[in-house]
Design a protein around this ligand. Structure first.
Ligand code: CTP
Length: 400
């Protein structure tokens, strides 16, 4: 993406340098615009060094880009795929909410047709003032995104809301707001299971597997970026992705209950969790002692979440499953597709430890028509985006 990063006058301006670097590392082109007050907190040299792109001052004659200085704000407004203002002061929020434009950043904000995102930072009293809140509401009504400030100690010595949101959350919000929405997924509700499940033997011992949950979490991000409203039912410990409603579960039974409670309101299911297929028949309430009983563990089956949800689905709901296979991949996966009544299976080769915990991975989509060209090898975030594209195309080709 080509991103304009507007930096206004606040102590948190130093964090926009970190944000600029993070966005560049993620592969975006970033051009910064400093307001007059912003330039008192951070220098253009820092920003050009981090972005490798020109940094613009408050007025047209302060820009480094001299292609056509008289209409610089229009050129920049057109160049941008997204405009983010980080940190945003009460002043710039007020100007943009009311269509005022008297410097480069405010004129770009008025001229651009790109999505706009705000990350405000200010004193608690200012942030909570009805005038500022009314301006934020107005900006949201224009379709702008706002990453609300967090709570904490503020530079003014007060404690409360008004602290700039975490840089990683702002970068994630930029990704969400700037990604093109896919027609078949925009506004749709997608339920995703991810991560390992754990079946307790006693209060300290558990049966689990080597899944990290990363693929499911990246799929949640990719569906979210495509416009879906994602609910993630997550086993394991990993952090929840921004902008995704996440429910934490421990066992297969808990995962099933969390999914059943949400399934009727969902348009589709992606079962990416590595669910433990068995659990101890008689888990011990107290920590089991050596020699307490027979050394043989009796296991019983856990519920098959994917099969149960698929069996309960309406004709307008779609279901995607995964198949982790170490041999005879396509035959086993086709059996799963048929037995569980799925629209597609993403086949994951887990021979020799591939797939679980690996950085790059390949998935082969399989539908009733047979195997499709493999997707990958790609890093899990890119793979997730490619899978979402592949599935959205199939949804769009389906008759209504
Ligand atoms: N799955 C599930 N609930 C289970 C087991 C599996 O929802 N109790 C889902 C997984 O999330 C995945 C698919 O079913 O989408 C296939 O999982 P996999 O473990 O590969 O297959 P199983 O059906 O468990 O069969 P097997 O272990 O015999 O290969």
């Amino acid at each position: 993406m080509q991103i304009i990063l507007g930096i206004t006058g606040g102590v948190a301006a130093y964090k926009s340098a970190e944000l600029a670097r993070l966005l560049v590392n993620q592969g975006h082109l970033v051009r910064c615009i400093l307001t007059e007050a912003g330039a008192r907190f951070i220098t253009p040299l820092t920003l050009t060094s981090l972005t490798g792109e020109p940094c613009y001052g408050a007025n047209p004659d302060q820009g480094e880009w001299r292609a056509n200085p008289s209409i610089e704000h229009i050129e920049l407004a057109r160049w941008a795929d997204l405009v983010a203002v980080v940190p945003a002061t009460a002043n710039i929020l007020g100007k943009a909410a009311n269509g005022l434009a008297n410097d480069l950043l405010s004129t770009v904000l008025l001229a651009t047709r790109a999505p706009v995102l705000w990350a405000p930072a200010m004193n608690t009293g200012m942030w909570e003032h009805p005038a500022v809140q009314a301006n934020v509401t107005r900006l949201k009504s224009f379709g702008h995104a706002v990453v609300d400030p967090g709570e904490g100690f503020l530079a003014c010595g007060e404690e409360g809301s008004g602290k700039l949101a975490e840089v990683a959350s702002i970068a994630e919000a930029i990704q969400v707001h700037g990604s093109p929405k896919l027609r078949s997924l925009n506004g749709r509700r997608v339920l995703i299971t991810a991560g390992p499940t754990r079946e307790d033997l006693d209060p300290v011992r558990t049966l689990t597997n080597r899944s990290t949950g990363r693929m499911g979490v990246e799929l949640a991000r990719a569906f979210r970026d495509a416009g879906a409203r994602v609910e993630l039912v997550l086993g394991g410990e990993g952090p929840a992705p921004w902008g995704v409603e996440t429910v934490r579960v421990h066992s297969a039974q808990q995962m099933l209950e969390a999914c059943l409670a949400r399934w009727a309101d969902s348009d589709g299911l992606v079962a990416a969790a590595a669910v433990a297929d068995q659990k101890p028949e008689c888990p011990s309430i107290e920590k089991a002692k050596k020699g307490d009983g027979p050394e043989t563990l009796v296991l019983v089956r856990t519920p098959d979440i994917l099969a149960q949800l698929s069996a309960a689905r309406r004709s307008d709901q779609w279901v995607l499953g995964f198949a982790a296979e170490s041999e005879n991949h396509l035959d086993h996966a086709m059996a799963k597709l048929k037995n569980k009544g799925l629209d597609a299976v993403l086949v994951n080769d887990v021979q020799d430890g591939k797939g679980f915990g690996a950085q790059a991975n390949t998935l082969t989509p399989l539908t009733a028509q047979g195997a499709h060209p493999p997707i990958g090898p790609l890093s899990k975030d890119q793979l997730a985006r490619a899978v979402v594209q592949w599935w959205a195309q199939r949804l769009e080709a389906r008759p209504d």
